[in-house]
Design a protein around this ligand. Structure first.
Ligand code: MIC
Ligand code: SF4
Length: 648
């Protein structure tokens, strides 16, 4: 087992229950939480349902960054609810326009050695400042705000030894794309990645945060960098030096798995359509015409990222066949670019400047044209996430993105014939927290406009699952497949409405849509069951991918494997996550089959097996063995129909 790692040092100070043994469930104390608007409304409705007067964490922050198009009143209704509930419950509120949660948190709130739980999968970004920062469903974050510890399996710790130094034009994005090439997006559940080695010296905190941000795509619990002199410099530049502590691995540290990356040997990479681990070298893609380039997001919206882009664009015009958009990750960055003239260089080049928020990363506008290539500095390129079906989205570094915007074709910046701009982290960031509203000490009226719904309700798990396979999916089904975001984001606080688009991408002409099929099963008194392949529920932390299926009557998901956050969300909402003990049994299933799991209430035991009876439409029957990865507590929660029914 690993020893002397940064991860273990933080865990040691935070474990309140459980054994420090790889794979064992442990409960950890959560120091800070963050939420964003798309998951936050539900999290705060749940917090209210739990009956919490004031949050019990050291610091909780509610950000508005995802859903800012304000098409119709729903978004603004959410913002008003979020602002007032935050003030009432002791939570800081970061107003729309202040920036993307992860970046603002890194700039203004992240503290080395602390734990952070956020209702967003990219909460891992703050691992860049030496926090143990974990993404979770909204309900888990609500429970943490209520002072409850967070349950997670004691991780397997992967040590990544960074050697050498990044060559010109190569950036942190290429490091994490390399990691995705090595580890892929599958099979990393239960691991935490820890970076160390001489290569750290050439990586600033925002660059480290690019790497930990996209650790979410590896499917690991989180990723972390030590807190060293570079961390201290960053905190000093943010006027927060007093919050620094040194936190590095012990000399004799050992890891459960070892990876080595020589930074000097890296070349520019891209994640090709439509998975973050479909990695190719830019060299192989060079010359491909691009129609759109977008720079920003919580992965690459930092000051140095955008200063590099501005320097490349200065005095040049964006290629006439390309639309270039730039969204600075925070107001701090946007204001600094505005004051130092870099913004003017971007505007002069023809770049379209977007507000500081998630924007196109979550399908809020800027969908590409049919059949065209779009390059983005983001972290996800799941099919359709751009808002265009059959999209061709490539994930690249800011340097590759800017070079491509200039030439109109995918371009290795080294071939541009210009000297790599020298961009250094600022000695002082422009600090202005006026857009962060502190909690109120007085009484605050919580504003609830009519589109603010109620927290979801569920009944106990039935004695038997009298199931119907409502859908059978392949591998790597993401939460974007299950619950699309984009134009539907505004329904996040309205479960009946949002449930109408569950699995919308699989609805075909002439076939009854998923939501209706599920409701028919529910109304007939039976139970809908989802059958899936590997890595079901990859991607975001959105608990709606469990809540909406629950609302439609789904009682179980049977898969080859399920990603961590999604599995926790299923448990939280009383859906039983089950696995084939023999993966080949997956082949036996067809949509519409009956699957009965008798006496599931009695037989569901942590780590035990269940026997299910599969009944095909031609009358053939067979038995299928199903396993689970549930803890005692998980079983208790599922039997009760979800966490909201068990919380004391
Ligand atoms: C995303 O990148 O998919 C999101 C939107 O930030 C999600 C959260 C959400 O669905 O609201 C995430 O990654 O957790
Ligand atoms: Fe926002 Fe995109 Fe980051 Fe998610 S991944 S938090 S949508 S910028």
């Amino acid at each position: 087992m690993a020893k002397g790692t940064v991860v273990q040092k933080i865990l040691k100070n935070h474990i309140v229950q459980g054994k420090s043994k790889t794979g064992s469930p442990v409960s950890i104390k959560i120091d800070q939480t963050l939420t964003q608007d798309a998951t936050g409304t539900m999290a705060y409705l749940e917090l209210e349902a739990i009956g919490v007067e004031r949050v019990k964490t050291e610091l909780s922050v509610s950000y508005v960054d995802h859903n800012m198009m304000q098409n119709g009143p729903e978004n603004r209704n959410d913002h008003l609810y979020l602002q007032t509930v935050a003030q009432a419950k002791g939570i800081h509120f970061s107003r729309p326009g202040n920036g993307i949660c992860h970046q603002v948190h890194l700039e203004r709130f992240g503290v080395p050695g602390k734990t952070l739980l956020g209702s967003d999968s990219h909460t891992t970004t703050n691992g860049g400042i030496g926090m143990l920062a974990i993404g979770a469903g909204g309900l888990d974050v609500a429970l943490a705000m209520a002072g409850k510890p967070f349950r997670v399996n004691y991780p397997q710790i992967v040590g990544v030894n960074l050697k050498g130094k990044l060559p010109p034009w190569i950036s942190a994005k290429d490091v994490i794309l390399k990691m995705l090439q090595i580890l892929t997006t599958k099979g990393n559940v239960g691991k935490i990645v820890e970076y160390y080695g001489e290569g750290l010296d050439s990586l600033s905190v925002p660059e480290r945060a690019t790497i930990t941000n996209m650790g979410a795509e590896l499917g690991v619990t989180t990723s972390i960098f030590p807190s060293d002199g570079i961390t201290k410099k960053f905190l000093k530049a943010q006027g927060r030096e007093s919050q620094w502590t040194r936190l590095v691995k012990s000399k004799n540290a050992e890891y459960d798995q070892n990876i080595e990356i020589d930074l000097s040997s890296l070349v520019p990479l891209a994640a090709c359509p439509s998975s973050p681990d479909n990695i190719k070298e830019i060299r192989e893609l060079a010359g491909t015409p691009a129609d759109q380039v977008i720079i920003g997001s919580c992965t690459n919206g930092s000051y140095t990222d955008l200063m590099l882009v501005a320097a490349m664009l200065k005095g040049r015009i964006v290629n006439e066949n390309v639309s270039l958009s730039i969204a600075p990750g925070s107001r701090q960055v946007l204001e600094m670019l505005g004051r130092n003239g870099a913004l003017a260089d971007m505007v002069a080049s023809g770049a379209r400047i977007l507000e500081s928020g998630c924007g196109p990363c979550i399908g809020q506008g800027m969908s590409p044209a049919d059949g065209t290539v779009t390059l983005r500095t983001f972290n996800r390129n799941f099919a359709g996430r751009t808002g265009t079906r059959n999209d061709q989205a490539y994930l690249v570094s800011p340097a590759v993105a800017a070079a491509t915007a200039i030439t109109g074709k995918i371009t290795d910046p080294a071939t541009l014939g210009i000297a790599p701009p020298e961009v250094r982290p600022p000695r002082h960031f422009l600090v202005n927290d006026d857009m962060i509203i502190p909690p109120s000490s007085g009484t605050v009226e919580i504003i609830r406009k009519p589109t603010i719904g109620n927290p979801p309700e569920n009944s106990d798990l039935p004695e038997n699952i009298d199931g119907v396979v409502v859908i059978k999916t392949g591998d790597k089904i993401t939460t974007d497949h299950i619950m699309p975001a984009g134009i539907y984001l505004k329904y996040r606080s309205n479960i009946p409405e949002y449930s109408k688009c569950v699995f919308e991408c699989f609805n075909e002409k002439g076939k009854i849509p998923f939501n209706q099929r599920a409701l028919e099963i529910k109304n007939s008194g039976r139970h809908a069951v989802i059958v899936a392949g590997e890595s079901y529920g990859q991607g975001s932390s959105r608990e709606h991918a469990a809540i909406c299926p629950m609302f439609l009557g789904v009682k179980a998901v049977i898969a080859k494997s399920i990603e961590r956050i999604h599995m926790a969300n299923l448990v939280n909402f009383g859906i039983v996550p089950l696995f084939f003990t023999d993966g080949s049994d997956y082949e036996k299933f067809t949509e519409g089959d009956s699957i009965n799991i008798r006496e599931i209430r009695k037989n569901l035991r942590p780590g035990g097996t269940l026997t299910a009876e599969l009944l095909k439409s031609d009358g053939a029957t067979s038995e299928v063995k199903l396993s689970n990865k549930l803890s005692d507590e998980d079983v208790k929660v599922i039997l009760a129909g979800g966490s909201l029914n068990t919380v004391e």
